[in-house]
Design a protein around this ligand. Structure first.
Ligand code: ZN
Length: 242
């Protein structure tokens, strides 16, 4: 029994020291990092999970390349994976106003993802490009009980406040924008620390270690403190095993 406790503590200690990448499409792992992987179409079709934690969803960009029939097939596999406990979260799903021709389809598919996340009580990973007001409208119409994680968040402080007011379980993740966007660097310290995550997304040349360093610098925090805070955030939103 003692050994069990020691093992548990050691696991937590190791985790506390590692870098959590909350959203990535890459399968390369930098040293001492733990990933939440967004599964590719092929991975979903084979129902394989490759990383530490997995998310499955139909990305709004996929509309350009897949048919309605393929969407139905993907939905079946995603639901199976959720049912079989293979998923940490649902997504990425969302709205991208740079593709207005698919907006109606994106909205109805987003509804499907929201329902799935609610049914299985899993966090929902969201893609939002110029659609902040659409998400506010959705939250005004329906209550959310699971965490909503806006990845690569590009909104402003007002949007953060409005989202948190409607759904306190909203979280915001940052990656490449800490390198290339002065507005996002200024926004970061204005977000509650309990609602922040960091990610590599699909940026091949971005190292999660560097993103943590950037964020720690911007937040005037010790790097280890930031890492353990992000693990605490992760524990809070992760569904505990039944
Ligand atoms: Zn992504």
């Amino acid at each position: 029994m003692k050994e069990g406790i020691i093992k548990q503590r050691t696991n937590f200690f190791l985790k506390a020291l590692s870098y959590l990448d909350i959203h990535t499409h890459l399968r390369f792992k930098s040293e001492n990092s733990i990933h939440v992987a967004s599964l590719s179409m092929d991975e979903i079709l084979q129902e394989t999970t490759t990383c530490d934690y997995s998310c499955a969803g139909i990305h709004p960009w996929w509309f350009e390349e897949i048919s309605q029939e393929e969407i139905i097939i993907l939905k079946t596999h995603i639901e199976n994976m959720a049912k079989n406990g293979k998923l940490w979260g649902v997504g990425e799903s969302g709205l991208d106003r740079l593709y207005p021709e698919f907006l109606d389809q994106q909205k109805s598919l987003l509804d499907w993802h929201i329902d799935l996340a609610e049914n299985y009580q899993l966090p929902l990973v969201l893609h939002n490009v110029r659609a902040g007001s659409d998400f506010l409208e959705i939250l005004k119409k329906r209550a959310a009980s699971v965490p909503w994680l806006f990845h690569d968040f590009r909104g402003n402080e007002e949007l953060v406040k409005s989202l948190l007011k409607l759904h306190p379980g909203c979280y915001f993740s940052f990656g490449i924008s800490l390198d290339n966007s002065p507005q996002i660097r200024e926004l970061l310290p204005l977000i509650p620390l309990e609602n922040i995550f960091l990610e590599t997304d699909n940026q091949k040349h971005l190292d999660i270690h560097d993103i943590y360093l950037r964020a720690a610098e911007q937040l005037h925090l010790d790097l280890d403190f930031l890492k353990s805070q992000i693990w605490r955030n992760f524990q809070k939103i992760t569904r505990s095993p039944q």
